[in-house]
Ligand binder design. Sequence first.
Ligand code: SF4
Length: 346
Amino acid sequence: METKKKDIRALTKDQLRNFFVEQGDKAFRGNQVYEWLWQKSAHSFDAMTNVSKETRQMLEDHFVINHIRVDQMQRSSDGTIKNAVRLHDGLVVESVLIPTETRTTACVSSQVGCSLDCRFCATARMKRMRNLNADEIYDQVVAIDNESRLYHDRPLSNIVFMGMGEPLMNYNNVLKAIEMITSPEGLGMSPKRITVSTSGVPKMIKKMADEEVKFGLAVSLHSAIDEVRTSIMPFNANFPLKDLREALEYWYSKTKNRITYEYVVWKGINDTQEAVDALVKFCKFAPSKVNLIEYNPIDDGEFQQASEAAVTMYQNTLERNGITVTVRRSRGKDIDAACGQLANKQ
Ligand code: SF4
């Protein structure tokens, strides 16, 4: 009977060191292999040139390296790149490189499909198949960093967890991936350059606050009125705004970090003065920034971007109330790489 080999990157460094000791080898061999696996992103044991042939064979007998493969890369006229990333079991997720004048941002996926059901989102139409492993998230970042160096002559500068999936529904793997992205044994990036974007899972926001994470938090809010929010993000019925607000207050009390809100203004849904007043009331308790994001219709979507006048009304009201606001034009629309458009449609 064939036994399934284990994904070697599921092991911690200590576990890998112990494995070598159990095999009658030296613990430091574990350090060498760990470096190949993470810092050097080796795709095969054979690539580990400072490890003996016998050891490489022994690793081959016990483990696999489940690296991702960029199946298809699409480049937009504005420099945005979208990767269709094939996982070891054949499933596909997408990640995006977004270049601006000053930074290159990777937007990465955390689940295949999504556990939630936001009505304006293309990913929500795919059934949630599974969570991504930490190494699958890490590999997306490595792939985009390589593309950034190749096509934009600079390394990746920022990461947002805003691709497919709700990152806080895959909490452990997302945190482990971030640990490796920020570790000197991985990519050594600053946690300040990473933002986890959630649709708002109160319990998990509190957990992150307790763990004193160093990365930023963004909340896809889209409405600060329960009835409206539930109509566009049905899970809000289970996690109402009162609970979300309480979790965010807790987050702020622990981290003292500004909170970012992602917000789309849709015609006939939240383009009223009442809606913006509710938003001000919701986020005034802590230093906040609101990103007003341009909406990208998904094929047969019933959602439409609100008028310029409505966006200006939001901008003026927020600024008057001392809330930082930016208006984000969408990137990569021609390759369906913009926010809410990721749905494995190559
Ligand atoms: S917007 Fe985010 S949380 Fe909502 S369904 Fe889409 S991927 Fe999931």
